[in-house]
Design a protein around this ligand. Sequence first.
Ligand code: HEC
Length: 146
Amino acid sequence: MMKGYGLKRCATILLMLFCAAITAHAETNKGAPENPLIEEMRLLDGVYAEIVNAVALNNPVAALEAIERLESSGLMEKTVAGVSSGAIKTPKNSDKLSDFTRFDKEFHANLALLAKAAAAKDQPRLLSFTKKLLDGCVKCHRTYRK
Ligand code: HEC
């Protein structure tokens, strides 16, 4: 009697542990983006919208916070490393990556200047670099996005 009960309980606990492990595994894989470039782009999409709002409403602190969110994600470095190692393929012109690296560098340099303007609460410069960034999105997409 007691032995059977113990076995049953043991089986139940094992089943629960198994289910917990499966759930944990599913959680970590949930909505995993295809690659760091796409992950970076999705984050950048929201960050850029926040920057546009911040400039329109003259709220440089909000712009700075948005940029910091992108920088602290570590995705920019992962993208650069993935593209140069060939682990990430751009949908178009993936054999001509020298321009990608250049566009990316220009973009991030403008982002750094934007952060500087935001820190200085310099709205005219904030506006000018926000427009430059948009040029950067379009330029890179025209060449490397399908
Ligand atoms: C240096 C190149 C580069 C720059 C700069 C760039 N992108 Fe992208 N972006 C890409 C590439 C390449 C893709 C396509 C990725 C793919 O489909 O594999 C992409 C895709 C996207 C996507 C679609 C993501 C998805 O879910 O499929 C969004 C949104 C996006 N970019 C937003 C932006 C915004 C907003 C900016 C500017 C503020 C920007 N990107 C600047 C290269 C760039």
